[in-house]
Design a protein around this ligand. Structure first.
Ligand code: ZN
Length: 508
């Protein structure tokens, strides 16, 4: 998508100001990446000052009255309204501007201040397994989040939507609930069948020790095969893997090499690689700083990472190509390993109390539980004091496990302590979008499975680039899903995918 050939002066000035803000933002991203990778610990104090200064400058530009004036002038310009690319840009610029200006500065400051105290209280409470100590802080953060929602969408019957909108623009709690409910019931049944099978796949593949430097080479080899451009990006090592698509030509990935096993680190790399391919595929050269150069939503972003990690990386076809490569790079420890063994280890169901330790299937139940609870906390249907009881009861009904204590229950995640509400559902939305896209991709690229078996992953990347990445924020997630797959989001493709993956492992 080339930029509009003759941009009227008010539109050109608006895009110029937002590009300047994004350029400042990219300096902040670079500082953040450095902080996680190579920064010496003693630099932390000054780095915090640098980050605060840059963040302030970015916010000042994004919310400046001049941006508001230009936006109004552009919205009144019929030529821009009729140009679909400009109209999409303006729709999303308006959303961003309203979000940046509708919440009063004192509420923003109070959320930040109370959030950092609540986070400390949460750490303490989790360590001591003391929910009552955290409950008043949770109440405060939910009250403040509710106030924020009321500023963003006064009088809304579902205040949660305004919070969700930050991560998944245009999506509503009602729409999510309609897709999650059938997924929850059928997933719980599927996991019941897995349990009833009485089978426990051999997990010894997960414990094979190999050299981290060789794992890094293997990860880079897979990234190259995926079509990730390492001359426009890097792969480094951090405690928590992430992807930062900070600027045109600069997408940074990180991964980690844990004490044992080569599978989880590879999946970390492929996951972040999927995010990275999205960032590299966005039309940033022409549209940096504009919505047309940005990702649609966290759910769509996550669909890209989950597709490479789960749909490609946990499939048998992938390992037919990748296992010989892994043996070549990781050495004799992998000699006895078979494709079947890797497949079974990569597709094992491990119901767990802890979300971040759970597998591809049960993960979604963890997310649905959190979505239902945070929605009720914001609406006022659930009081913070009653959280543990509701959590434990639902957890048992969804996953069949009795929660032994709050540390392994409602105190495990940091999110709510600093007011991150509306974020959790995007993880499962990512799985759902990935599954629905995957079915359409396989219809349109009938040779995909045999391409993957030969390590030819570029056709998949090119499909994603043309159908998802190149559009930037031109379409909202629901509209893109409808355009690309011909249907609204449904839980059926994900269930079909999980059933077909687990059937051979558990003899279902
Ligand atoms: Zn991710």
């Amino acid at each position: 998508m080339p930029p509009t050939p003759t941009r009227p002066p008010h539109y050109a000035e608006l895009c110029g100001l937002l590009k300047e803000a994004a350029t400042l933002g990219s300096i902040g991203s670079l500082l953040g990446w450095d902080q996680e990778t190579y920064m010496p610990p003693a630099a932390a104090g000054h780095r915090a000052q640098q980050q605060a200064l840059v963040a302030g400058l970015v916010h000042e530009r994004q919310s400046s009255p001049r941006v508001g004036e230009l936006l109004q002038a552009c919205e009144a310009d019929p030529a821009l309204r009729q140009d679909p690319a400009a109209a999409a840009n303006l729709r999303e610029m308006r959303r961003d501007y309203d979000r940046a200006t509708k919440v009063p500065t004192d509420l923003v400051a109070e959320l930040a201040r109370t959030g950092s105290l609540a986070q400390e209280a949460w750490k303490d409470a989790r360590a001591r397994n003391d929910f009552p100590a955290f409950a008043p802080w949770l109440t405060k953060m939910m009250t403040l989040s509710r106030r924020k929602a009321d500023c963003l969408a006064p009088g809304s019957p579902e205040p949660y939507d305004a919070l969700l909108d930050e991560y998944e623009p245009g999506m509503t709690a009602k729409e999510i609930a309609a897709v999650f409910a059938p997924l929850r019931d059928r997933l719980a049944q599927l996991i019941g069948r897995v349990r009833a099978s009485g089978r426990t796949p051999d997990q010894s593949v997960l414990k094979i020790r190999t050299d981290p430097q060789q794992q890094h080479r293997f990860g880079e080899l897979v990234l190259k095969a995926m079509g990730f451009d390492l001359s426009a990006g890097r792969l480094d090592v951090t405690t928590h893997p992430f992807c930062s698509g900070m600027a045109p030509g600069d997408t940074r990935l990180t991964t980690r090499y844990t004490g044992e096993g080569f599978l989880e680190p590879l999946y970390g790399t492929m996951h972040e690689g999927g995010h990275g391919l999205y960032e590299q595929g966005l039309p940033k050269a022409d549209h940096f700083g504009e919505p047309l150069g940005e990702a649609i939503s966290l759910g769509i972003h996550e669909s890209q990472s989950r597709m490479w990690e789960n749909f490609v990386g946990r499939g048998r076809a992938f390992w037919e190509w990748a296992l010989p490569e892994a043996r070549r790079l990781l050495g004799p420890a992998l000699e006895p390993v078979t494709v079947d063994a890797v497949y079974a280890a990569a597709n094992t169901v491990r119901p767990s109390f802890i979300r971040v330790e759970s597998d591809e299937s049960t993960y979604n139940l963890h997310i649905m539980l959190r979505f239902e609870i945070e929605r009720a906390l914001i609406s006022g249907d659930l009081r913070a004091d009653d959280l543990p009881g509701v959590w434990n009861e639902r957890f048992e009904s969804y996953l069949g496990l009795k929660v032994p204590d709050d540390r392994r229950g409602c105190l495990q995640d940091v999110h709510w302590s600093f007011g991150l509400v509306g974020y959790f559902p995007t993880y499962t939305l990512g799985n759902l979008y990935a599954a629905q896209l995957w079915e359409m991709i396989n219809r349109q690229l009938p040779g995909l499975e045999s391409d993957i078996r030969r390590g030819e992953l570029i056709p998949l990347r090119d499909w994603l680039r043309a159908n998802i990445h190149a559009h930037g924020k031109r379409y909202r997630a629901a509209e893109l899903c409808q355009r690309v797959t011909g249907r609204p989001l449904s839980s059926d493709p994900l269930l079909r995918h999980l059933e077909s993956r687990l059937a051979p492992v558990y003899g279902l």
